[in-house]
Design a protein around this ligand. Structure first.
Ligand code: CUA
Length: 311
């Protein structure tokens, strides 16, 4: 197939080829049947035009015809469904070794935070050939994070995390858009994605303003908010110890089990009664309104960094 079909954005991610192939298939099917229908309309209009002494004979039921126009479309839509679902599942499951980058959308800019501490506005630097997972949330209304060249687009919602992943295949600069109408500066909520060779990316990370890493900033916030009083080893087990928590299954009071991922950690900070860990009293106060979205990202990065043996 064409590496760059005219009229289409560049293909610069591992996902792009598969998305385009499915898209071309859908367009081809639609074109084929539109052509067939229009040709049939003209053909029959001429063949059965009104002439003296000639009358069309209507067909009064035909099992063979019914089967043909039921089974062929069924077959075609099943192909679309299995192909599309397969692609969807592949594209929605990030590889486990993906780099996590946090995205906060707000009217009207994108704020991006790398775990090492680099912060960007309306610009995203990523390495080529490495999967990147974006953990995204909004500070106000619904936005949508859209990189056409990577064929990814995902809504960014206030009050929860959504994730999307990609792996850039070619170094270069690509458009970044907001794809959900979010107010009168929506069209200005755009930026660029810079995909770089891994060595250059490392240089870029190191060359930025020497900011502290997200985890370090998160630890400071963690202490300031008093989380250490209950959640670190030796705190008298008033609350569950968070060391080694991230990614692990957590048994809850009601017998359910949740995996300790971003969404769960966030919910437990803002709404601690929603999921109470088995064996602990529901005494944690809410921190609603006390932590900004960026602060939340830092605390989560800190909790992620608390691995066993790193105490
Ligand atoms: Cu943000 Cu449109």
């Amino acid at each position: 197939m064409w590496t760059n079909f005219p009229l289409f954005p560049e293909r610069a991610s591992t996902i792009a080829g598969g998305v385009d192939a499915l898209y071309f298939f859908l367009v081809a099917v639609a074109l084929f049947f539109s052509t067939l229908i229009f040709a049939a309309i003209f053909y029959f209009a001429i063949k059965y035009r009104r002439r003296p002494g000639v009358a069309a004979r209507p067909i009064e039921g035909s099992l063979a015809l019914e089967l043909v126009w039921s089974l062929i479309p069924l077959g075609i839509v099943m192909v679309m469904f299995t192909w599309g679902a397969g692609l969807y599942f592949r594209n929605s499951a990030p590889p486990p070794d993906a780099i996590d980058i946090y995205v906060v959308g707000k009217q009207w800019m994108w704020k991006l935070q790398h775990p090492e501490g680099a912060r960007e506005i309306n610009e995203l630097h990523v390495p080529v050939g490495r999967p990147v997972r974006l953990i995204m949330t909004s500070q106000d209304v619904i936005h949508s994070f859209y990189i056409p060249a990577f064929r990814i687009k995902n809504d960014v919602l206030p009050g929860r995390y959504s994730t999307v992943w990609f792996e850039a295949t070619r170094a270069g600069e690509y458009h970044l858009f907001c794809a959900e109408y979010c107010g009168n500066q929506h069209s200005g909520m755009r930026g660029r994605v810079v995909a770089m060779e891994p060595a250059r990316y490392e240089e870029w990370l190191a060359g930025g303003p020497a900011g502290e890493s997200l985890a370090v900033a998160g630890e400071r916030l963690f202490r300031r908010l008093g989380c250490t009083n209950c959640h670190l080893p030796g705190a008298g087990s008033r609350g569950p110890v968070l060391v080694g928590l991230y990614g692990k299954p957590v048994p809850l009071e009601d017998g359910k089990i949740v995996r300790a991922e971003e969404a769960y950690i966030r919910e437990s900070i803002l709404n601690p009664r929603a999921k109470v860990v088995a064996g602990y009293p529901a005494i944690m106060p809410t921190f609603q309104g006390q932590i900004s979205e960026e602060g939340m990202v830092e605390i989560i990065a800190y909790i992620k960094s608390l691995r066993r043996g790193s105490e």
